[in-house]
Each structure stands twice: as structure tokens, then as C-alpha cells.
Write a protein that binds this ligand. Structure first.
Ligand code: CU
Length: 438
């Protein structure tokens, strides 16, 4: 990373695109257009993602014949997906082994806001491992950081305006995130299909104000608020996605889904449905990934069916703590997420602090977030006092559309639903976002 700290945007263009530098010394342009020698070669990326296909688990009953469960699925799994895997730190053999081992949702990651005083760029290298079940498709993949406002087209990931990564190749995306907040990312090749098949996940940017304890004791914030109003003690990210069983089956069986017939069967939270949403985290610390000797994900004992769905959605906290929830939605329908018994304060939308041009506080309290496709919300709540006789009080966080909180499975909640557990005490500091601290 640091060896590229001095490069500017134009150098990246020269390095990555082989573009010819413009003639220097243009008085009107100032220093920004002065050509500089392109000497740096990208070293190890901050993150290394691989795009491929694979299989995930959704409750096999009630069945949706012939689409769900898919008869081609390996043991314990039900649903064909495309997706990303975190290959950071793997050797070439381990990376290659991850073909047909995609996960859903894609690895959640986070970056620090670009600091002009200490300029360090963030790089994500993306490789395309190919589709094991559909070698006929030979689709490229890209990384599109949705809503990212400072990207130059070259690193945007929209394939007709930049570059895409064919099977067997790799490409480094370079970012200078200047706008803190919650975003999402996805592959932008055949994007209706690749997004829906699972090549999508959550990304967020930590503000420069982080570490300053004068506004809030933890020194952790959602935004550069200047007053601690977005300060929090714990953070949990919630990524909303959907599965239309017929489309997933069609990709596995060399059929062509008709996307205008879109009809999602499953609403998901962090790639799982309740009660799997409250099962433990697998390897979700993007910068300390855990894998077995071959590079494969390691399932949590007792939850082997969730091997390729590592992200838990359980919220754990101590009474009185401030908890940040980051939501983003890359399903194709608006979702209404609600919490019974806890007020949510919306402090950010679409990676923008809720504050007017003149500084007016435009944050608001609600119990329901209406989140459209491609939108993100940042909310903070204060955990209520512990009231019950058990170790923790449970509050439901769920999609208030009944058909999406249970996915039309009998027996109550089965869809985009999770729990907030408020303990009297004893929940320890988080090691990474969505860490339970238990
Ligand atoms: Cu793709």
C-alpha cells in the first residue's frame, strides 16, 4: 500500500490503463495535470476477491418443484449461486481451489475515509475463477462500488464504461473513499443476473473523526458529525437480498429465466433466513480471513449447512449501549425493516449525514425503515434497560411484510428477520463488525 502513497489519479491511469500522459505544463490546469513518472507497481492488495459460482442453503421445505431444492445441489445445500469469496493471503493453489465455492452475501468489508494528510489508497484485486457448472457462459466479472461518488470511470466496474475481468485474469481496483457511510458493491456484468445470483455485498467507509474520543467515549462514529450524534459502542451491518428460486435453478440447468417474471421466493438478511440469521458468524472479518488448508471456508460446528453463508445478523449488546445498524438493500424490491420496542434514529441515508446545508439536524426517529433497492440507511439506537429474568431480553428486527419475514413457510418467522439481544452486562468489545462479543 504505502509505496503507492504518492501516486495521483493520472498515474493510476498510466499504470493501469497504459494511457499516454497529457502534455505537461498546462498553466490553466495547475499541478494536477502535470505528468509524473509511473514507477510504482501495485504490491499486495488490501483485499483480494474471487468471482465464481457455488451453492448455498435455504430451507428445503416447503419445496418449490422443480426449482427448489435444486436436485443438482451438493449435500446440505439447495441453491445455485454466483458470488465472491475473500482470497486475501491465499497462495495460487488455494485461490484456484475456490472455484465453485462462492458465498452469499459477498464478503462484507470496510475502509477508512481517505485522509489527504496521510494519503493511502485502498486496493481490491479481483480475479475471475470461472463458473464450474456453466463453463459455456465464460462471463466476465467486475467490482462496482454502488453509490461511490469519487470513483473515476476506469475503476467503476460498469463494464461498458471501464474494464471487466475475464476468466483466469485479475484486475486491481483503486479507491480514495472521501464520503463516509454505508454502501453496497456488486458485479456489474449482466448485472440483473449476477447481482441476483449473489455477487453482491455490503461495504462501508469509516469517518476521519474515528478515534477522536472528545465527542463520544468509544471514539467510533458513523459520520464526521462534530458532536458525537453518530457515536456508537457496537456496529452491525444488515445486507438485504432476495432469491427467486426459478432463476437460480435456471442458471444451474442451462435455462434462461425471464427476468420480467421476477418473483422472489426468499427474502434474506446477510444471505440467510431466520432462524439461521441468528446462527454464529463464520469467517467475516475481511482483513483476518480464516480458511482451511485448501482455502475453503470452515463451517461453524452444528451449522455445516451455512458454510457458504458466513454472515450472522444477530445483534448483541449491553443495556444502555449505543448500537449502530447499517442497512443496504440490493434485492429488487423495497423492504420495510422494523423493530418492536426500540426507537431507531436515522442518522444517515445513502452515505449522507442527515444534516441540512445550514447544519439543521434532519435525523429522525422511527420504528420502520423503508429501504428501496440500491439504498442504504444508517441508524443508531440506545439499548433499553435489561428487564427480563433471563440473561438477555429479545427484540425482533424483521421485515414487516409478512410474506417476506416468513417467506410463506408455515410456522412463523422464516425470512428476513433476526433478533436484538440486550444483556444486563457481559458483552465484550467487538473484534470486527457483527462480532457478538460473547
Ligand atoms: Cu459477475
Amino acid at each position: 500500500m504505502n509505496e503507492r502513497a504518492g501516486l495521483d489519479r493520472r498515474q493510476f491511469l498510466k499504470v493501469a490503463g497504459g494511457m499516454v500522459a497529457v502534455v505537461g505544463g498546462l498553466a490553466w490546469a495547475g499541478r494536477v495535470l502535470e505528468p509524473l513518472p509511473a514507477s510504482a507497481v501495485p504490491g499486495a492488495p488490501d483485499l483480494y476477491l474471487g468471482g465464481t459460482d457455488g451453492w448455498m442453503y435455504l430451507p428445503p421445505t416447503p419445496a418449490i418443484p422443480p426449482f427448489h431444492p435444486d436436485l443438482l445441489a451438493p449435500s446440505l445445500l439447495t441453491t445455485y449461486i454466483f458470488g465472491f469469496r475473500n482470497l486475501t493471503g491465499m497462495d495460487d493453489t488455494q485461490k484456484a481451489n475456490q472455484k465453485n465455492r462462492a458465498q452469499h452475501s459477498a464478503p462484507m468489508f470496510w475502509v477508512n475515509q481517505f485522509d489527504p494528510a496521510h494519503p493511502v489508497d485502498f486496493t481490491v484485486k479481483v480475479t475471475n475463477l470461472g463458473l464450474a457448472l456453466r463453463p459455456d457462459l465464460f462471463d466476465a466479472h467486475t467490482l462496482h462500488w454502488h453509490g461511490f461518488r469519487n470513483v473515476i470511470p476506469f475503476f467503476d466496474g460498469e463494464p461498458s464504461g471501464s474494464v471487466a475481468v475475464p476468466s483466469g485474469r485479475e484486475f486491481s481496483y483503486v479507491y480514495r473513499p472521501r464520503e463516509p457511510g454505508t454502501y453496497m458493491y456488486h458485479c456489474h456484468v449482466e448485472d440483473t443476473e449476477h447481482v441476483h445470483m449473489g455477487m453482491t455485498g455490503l461495504v462501508f467507509v469509516r469517518p476521519l473523526q474515528d478515534g477522536n474520543t472528545s465527542h463520544y467515549p468509544s471514539g467510533r462514529y458513523l459520520y464526521n458529525d462534530g458532536d458525537g450524534s453518530t457515536g456508537y459502542d457496537r456496529e452491525f451491518a444488515m445486507f438485504l437480498s432476495e432469491v427467486w428460486a426459478e432463476a437460480h435453478w435456471a442458471d444451474a440447468h442451462i435455462q434462461l429465466p425471464e427476468w420480467s417474471d421476477y418473483r422472489a421466493d426468499f427474502s434474506l438478511l446477510n444471505g440467510r433466513v431466520y432462524p439461521d440469521t441468528i446462527a454464529p458468524n463464520g469467517s467475516v472479518d475481511a482483513f483476518n480471513p480464516v480458511h482451511d488448508a485448501g482455502g475453503d471456508l470452515v463451517p461453524v460446528p452444528g451449522f455445516e449447512h451455512l458454510k457458504y453463508q458466513p454472515h450472522s445478523s444477530l445483534v448483541t449488546c449491553n443495556a444502555g449501549e449505543r448500537v449502530a445498524l447499517r442497512f443496504s438493500n440490493l434485492g429488487f424490491r423495497e423492504q420495510a425493516m422494523t423493530v418492536a420496542g426500540i426507537r431507531l434514529r436515522v442518522v444517515g441515508r445513502d452515505a449522507t449525514l442527515m444534516r441540512g446545508r445550514d447544519g439543521t439536524d434532519t435525523s429522525y426517529e422511527t420504528d420502520t425503515l423503508n429501504i428501496g433497492p440500491g439504498e442504504s440507511y444508517d441508524v443508531v439506537f440506545t439499548a433499553p434497560a435489561h428487564q427480563g429474568t433471563g440473561d438477555y431480553d429479545t427484540y425482533m428486527l424483521y421485515n414487516r411484510n409478512y410474506t417476506r419475514s416468513n417467506n410463506l413457510a408455515p410456522g412463523g418467522f422464516g425470512g428476513a428477520a433476526t433478533e436484538i439481544r440486550v444483556y444486563a452486562s457481559g458483552v465484550t468489545a467487538q473484534a470486527y463488525p457483527n462480532d457478538w462479543g460473547l
